[in-house]
Write a protein that binds this ligand. Structure first.
Ligand code: MBD
Ligand code: FE
Length: 270
């Protein structure tokens, strides 16, 4: 049996109260109410509830959780993470991708450190990204299971390196109720290009974050429909010129390179 939950009562009743005040403020008609009712019913049936909630509310909750905390800044996880992505064991790490995966080769290097800057050997990096054809494997489009998703470990010095493709700015699905909602309110559906990460290690808090690319047209102002960009998450991309990297990954036509340092904070015991 479900029990009385004072926290739900406190927050949910306040949300309902705010919603009623808005209906009254805008003198919403019964016809408008039924139209909204039909739209919400459609959202529930469409499978887009996770998308809609993460687009409009997750950044606010993430901010409440993580603001003013030391270490790398986090940001939203979004609706497209999958548990159990393939763990890469053979070096060099290559992101699982289709033979004809569209996009420029990009070699991403990272270091996982603690708050003092000391390496965190063996940290597990769960990384996922959209395809440049707008796919998110398992959710959007027809990319194979676990395409552009992996887990990998940092080495003894806290470092890792992976060859993947550079993602492009991404439009969230626009064909369903989330898209028609954005259309109705006059907002675009774009997110800047991004990698997603969840970095975990024993004794440290999990870091859920994303990195973005300097120069992306959707970084500023209301450019990200989700509102999840933070300055510290914007990384530079350069043309890579290391012959060892070129030969390690057999990159005949050059590559782009970017890196980021993930700084974890220790678990706090209470
Ligand atoms: C995404 O790809 C995403 O990263 C977020 C946070 C929300 C919707 C789609
Ligand atoms: Fe995403």
């Amino acid at each position: 049996m479900t029990e009385y939950n004072p926290r739900v009562a406190e927050v949910a009743l306040d949300i309902l109260d705010s919603a009623r005040q808005v209906l009254d403020k805008h003198q919403v008609s019964h016809e408008e109410y039924r139209t909204a009712w039909a739209w919400v019913t459609g959202l529930a049936g469409s499978g887009e509830v996770p998308l809609f909630l993460d687009v409009f509310f997750e950044a606010t909750v993430e901010h409440i959780t993580n603001r003013d905390k030391p270490g790398s800044q986090g940001t939203v996880e979004g609706p497209y993470h999958r548990n159990g992505a393939p763990e890469l064991t053979a070096l060099p790490y290559v992101m699982p991708m289709r033979a004809d995966e569209p996009g420029e080769p990009l070699v991403f290097t990272g270091t996982v450190v603690d708050l003092a800057g000391a390496p965190v050997p063996g940290a597990l990096i769960d990384m996922w990204q959209a395809g440049n054809d707008g796919t998110y494997s398992g959710f959007v489009g027809d990319a194979p299971e676990m395409n552009l998703r992996c887990r990998m470990r940092a080495d003894d010095t806290g470092r890792f390196e992976i060859r993947t493709i550079r993602p492009a700015p991404y439009q969230i699905p626009i064909a369903g109720p989330t898209g028609s909602f954005l259309e109705m309110v006059g907002r675009h559906a774009w997110r800047p290009a991004h990698f997603h990460f969840i970095v975990t290690a024993d004794g440290f808090e999990a870091l859920t974050t994303q990195t973005y690319f300097r120069g992306d047209p959707w970084l500023d102002g209301d450019g990200d429909v989700v509102g999840a960009v933070k300055d510290s998450l914007i990384i530079d991309v350069v043309d890579g010129d290391d012959p060892a990297v070129t030969s390690r990954y057999s990159l005949r036509s050059g590559y782009q390179a970017a890196s980021y340092t993930f700084q974890l904070r220790p678990v706090t015991r209470s």
